[in-house]
Design a binder for this molecule. Structure first.
Ligand SMILES: Nc1ncnc2c1ncn2[C@@H]1O[C@H](COP(=O)(O)OP(=O)(O)OP(=O)(O)O)[C@@H](O)[C@H]1O
Ligand SMILES: [Mg+2]
Length: 304
């Protein structure tokens, strides 16, 4: 797929003509804002099928065995899990491995300060400052409230329509990352304090921006219950699952005897086959995240 082409956009496009397509995404919630966007020409839609994906690996020990070909470059991947399940540590493991392979990574933190994240990396055996000095890594902390305020300002300016020409995230100048990690979408969501429609508008922009710039992204999202298990599919206004190309779920497993373990599963990965099983995951002192693709969860357990 070429830079700037949109796979996901086709979902929201309801009319195809030989001209550029303008699709309108109507939001069903308060305000009924409509979002105008310029999508692809029909020929570009057709060409997508004939292109091959470029796959990337995470190099997180054991994890890549769960995905047949790898993660298609440019994909937006959600990392979901409950509090303390290991989402940030998994993200930092991706950072470490990517930097070691000479990739450029931007870690955008809406939660922990930069130095704490550097200290975590240090505790897991890698030197973040060295990666930063070598130009492979940038760790930046952002204030989620600033984002909510600027979306709010835009909406009041635009009155009826929000034209998507806003840069939804600030990529440091002169830094062209291969991988972007955002920790977390949940922090951004909470800064919109109940304004679900605005959060959705922002998410649309963010996913489109990452796609346009062909950045492979890992977007961390805290969920109170695993959203993909059980009878209900809880979205709570964070309608991001359908925008994402892949979902990795990290679980706090509770065994009936009182023991807890960690587990991991790939829920979806557009563009690659996946190993559909829930396997053990661990955080090793001094080492970091590790996945055991052959240790499928067994026994009497609940995923939390
Ligand atoms: N330096 C460390 N050494 C050993 N274990 C650690 C270290 N840092 C974190 N852990 C373990 O990893 C667990 C998960 O931490 P992590 O910060 O990745 O969780 P999280 O899913 O991002 O949580 P939250 O939703 O609160 O941000 C911690 O609860 C802790 O048990
Ligand atoms: Mg975290």
């Amino acid at each position: 797929m070429k830079k700037g082409e949109s796979r996901k956009t086709s979902k929201s496009t309801n009319k195809i003509s030989s001209k550029k397509i303008v699709s309108k995404v109507k939001l069903s919630t308060a305000g009924k804002k409509s979002v105008k966007q310029v999508a692809n020409t029909p020929s570009n839609f057709l060409n997508v099928n004939h292109r091959k994906f470029n796959y990337i690996k995470t190099y997180v020990p054991g994890f890549d065995e769960l995905i047949d070909d790898g993660i298609p470059a440019g994909n937006a991947i959600l990392i979901e899990g409950g509090p303390g399940s290991g989402k940030t540590v998994f993200g930092l493991e991706v950072v470490k491995r990517a930097c070691m392979k000479g990739k450029k990574v931007l870690f955008m933190s809406f939660e922990e300060p930069e130095d704490r994240l550097r200290a975590h990396m240090e505790a897991f055996g890698s030197n973040a400052e060295n990666f930063e000095k070598q130009g492979f890594l940038k760790i930046k902390r952002f204030n989620a409230l600033d984002i909510a305020r600027s979306v709010e300002a835009l909406l009041s300016e635009a009155k009826k329509e929000l034209l998507i020409d806003v840069q939804p995230v600030l990529i440091p100048e002169g830094f062209d990352p291969d991988i972007v990690i955002i920790d977390s979408l949940s922090s951004i969501a909470s800064s919109f304090s109940g304004e679900d429609s605005r959060f959705r508008i922002y998410m649309e922009q963010l996913f489109r921006y990452l796609e346009k710039h062909n950045m492979t992204s890992f977007l961390i999202r805290e969920v109170s219950n695993p959203t993909h298990t059980g009878n209900t599919f809880v979205e709570k206004g964070e309608a991001v699952s359908f925008l994402s190309d892949g979902i990795i779920s990290i679980y706090n497993v509770f065994y009936k005897g009182g023991k807890r373990k960690r587990a991991i599963e790939v829920i979806k990965m557009r563009g690659s086959g996946i190993d559909r099983r829930i396997v053990e995951f661990d955080i090793k002192k001094g080492k970091g995240a590790i996945c055991y693709p052959n240790r499928v969860l067994k026994g009497d357990f609940i995923l939390t």
